[in-house]
Design a protein around this ligand. Structure first.
Ligand code: SF4
Length: 343
């Protein structure tokens, strides 16, 4: 089922990892408008399009923009990057162009960027994104071999040639590109080198600083994501050692950090329930929606979203409002995200 998140739904847009507005305490604010995806990558951190999940989510554009504006206002800085980065594919969000335009118009926002698998980009959508004010798009490309690209995305119709043409078109049309391949050690080692060669070719055509960049990512396994066969995740010291070796071999900078992208610490719009948890108080959570999977629900505590795991509707007294009292010790809080694991 596709659940539409509107103001009336009472589903909060802060505190949940898969939807809404995420703040990790920097000048980059993440916006997650949808959980829909057209691919089914075997390594997906978000477990998008898994078929196991009961529900997908989509947020009403005006509700999302208002939530973003609250965070931007709180930060009160002049160099905010609005980064559309769904647990899914941004181009499947029907209001994506309006969203980019509205985010770009908010006070303090100097840059609008987006994460995409790139497969749905067309001449027309690129022109519309540019018209809306998109400055940068991060595109995942994990292989220069069509067969491996199909295998990794779990899509037989994955069109690598079309994606490569799109990557040439984006900087031509005035949108900066960051290639974001994931390095699966032992699987796409040779492909990473081919992607570096492709990147250098693009860079020669578009030499202006930041027009084309390459940000290779280390493959990480997430608790709730999908795992790629027997591929092991490698620690960051190993990953950076390999990157440095490739930097030498190909004569190009590959180790990039937040500063290379203009990202710096900024006040975090944090989960307000933290104070009550510190005081070891029980917290009232209103159950407002089913979650992404069975026995998972979305709770609202004082306007903040809480993922409630192991919950069953049987716990709700039908004579009362669906409010549960959760002991502070059941909360797991990470940054401005919160979840409740009921035993
Ligand atoms: S990794 Fe990205 S493109 Fe692939 S299934 Fe997940 S959300 Fe979709």
């Amino acid at each position: 089922m596709l659940i539409k998140i509107t103001q009336q739904s009472r589903i909060p847009l802060f505190g949940l990892d898969f939807i809404g507005v995420l703040d990790r305490g920097s000048n980059l604010i993440e916006i997650r408008p949808t959980t829909l995806c057209n691919l089914r990558c075997g390594y997906c951190y978000a477990n998008a399009n898994s078929g196991n999940y009961n529900n997908e989510f989509e947020v009403e554009e005006s509700y999302l923009v208002d939530a973003f504006e609250q965070v931007a206002r709180f930060k009160n800085i002049a160099d905010i990057e609005a980064h559309v980065d769904p647990y899914g594919e941004a181009l499947l969000y029907k209001d994506v162009f309006r969203l980019v335009k509205d985010l770009k118009g908010i006070k303090g926002v100097v840059k609008a960027s987006m994460q995409s698998n790139g497969t749905l980009l067309t001449e027309d959508s690129i022109a519309k994104l540019k018209g809306a004010g998109l400055d940068q798009i991060n595109v995942t490309i994990n292989s220069m071999d069509p067969a491996l690209a199909k295998k990794l995305s779990c899509r037989d119709d994955y069109n690598l040639d079309k994606l490569l043409a799109t990557l040439n078109l984006l900087p031509e049309r005035g949108i900066d590109v960051v290639l974001t391949p994931v390095w699966f050690f032992g699987v796409n080692d040779a492909e990473i080198e081919k992607i570096i060669v492709f990147y250098k070719g693009l860079k020669e055509r578009f030499p202006r600083l930041n027009k084309v960049r390459l940000g290779i990512q280390n493959y990480l396994v997430y608790k709730t994501g999908r795992k790629l066969g027997k591929v092991r995740e490698r620690d960051f010291s190993y990953f950076y050692k390999q990157l440095r070796a490739l930097e030498k071999k190909h004569g190009t900078k590959l180790v990039l950090g937040p500063r290379d992208f203009g990202i710096h610490p900024a006040p975090v719009y944090r989960f307000t329930g933290v104070d009550a948890i510190r005081r070891n108080e029980s917290i009232a959570v209103e159950i407002v929606s089913p979650g992404r999977q069975e026995r998972e629900f979305i709770g609202n505590t004082d306007g903040w979203g809480v993922k409630v795991v192991n919950f069953s509707r049987e716990y709700i007294d039908p004579a009362k409002k669906p409010v549960i009292k959760v002991p502070a010790v059941s909360f797991e809080v990470k940054g401005n995200l919160a979840s409740v694991i009921l035993k």
